[in-house]
Design a protein. Structure first.
Length: 230
């Protein structure tokens, strides 16, 4: 009886290297598409608010940040507010939160096609700007994050709308993976404008400033009702 031929997969050296590289990358691709286990929260998140169903902070987000989750030490953290201001600020977390709090349900829409509906709690950006005192020539607000991410908005955006920087999501403290200690709730904007791990707010007179993704072709306004790209 003739034995069946043994099957063997062979590669030329470059092809073999590429095959092994793809195998090594598979776990990373799974993580980028939300394939990781649920993150730890400091309490039980609410999943319904005033008749609205809420997404899960722990499981419904997808990881697509530029350098992965950032872990900020709350004790040494300072929020810097500077640029074209009368009174530059360097605020601890408690000092940022030592003002009127606001809660609202807002949907974050990612350009990649997923969205989450979350109950956010935080303080108004315009209250922080008022504490610093915008100079007359200021027309733009630039946000910076600990990982080097930046984005910007017209100053008027924060006076025309009740825009908050949030410290809580679904009634739990924002976990590190979601942007602790502060996440901007940029309502009616695409997700790339919702900067997290905020460390600096700078007032500028440059309305053409472009942040991380905007320099790479995304629309500087980031309006949900407009084009995603310039």
């Amino acid at each position: 009886m003739t034995r069946p031929a043994k099957f063997r997969l062979t590669f030329a050296a470059p092809a073999k290297f590429l095959f092994l590289l793809i195998l090594a990358a598979l776990p990373l691709l799974a993580a980028a598409c939300g394939g990781t286990s649920a993150i730890q929260l400091d309490g039980v998140e609410v999943r319904e608010y005033q008749g609205k169903d809420l997404s899960s902070v722990a499981t419904d987000f997808e990881e697509n940040t530029i350098k992965g989750p950032q872990y900020i030490d709350g004790e040494s953290y300072r929020l810097e507010i500077g640029g074209l201001v009368e009174r530059p600020q360097s605020l601890t977390i408690d000092q940022v939160l030592d003002r009127q709090h606001y809660s609202k349900v807002s949907e974050l829409n990612c350009v990649q096609g997923w969205s989450v509906n979350i109950l956010w709690e935080g303080v108004l950006v315009r209250d922080l700007l008022g504490q610093a005192g915008a100079k007359p020539e200021a027309n733009t607000v630039i946000f910076s994050a600990v990982d080097g991410y930046t984005t910007s908005f017209p100053l008027s955006f924060f006076y025309d709308k009740d825009i908050i920087i949030a410290s809580r999501m679904n009634d739990v403290t924002i976990p590190p993976e979601r942007g602790y200690p502060f996440h901007l709730v940029a309502e009616d904007k695409w997700g790339y404008k919702w900067i997290k791990w905020i460390t600096k707010i700078e007032l500028s007179n440059d309305p053409n400033y472009k942040g991380y993704w905007e320099r790479r072709g995304y629309n500087n306004n980031g309006d949900l009702s407009g084009s995603k790209y310039d």
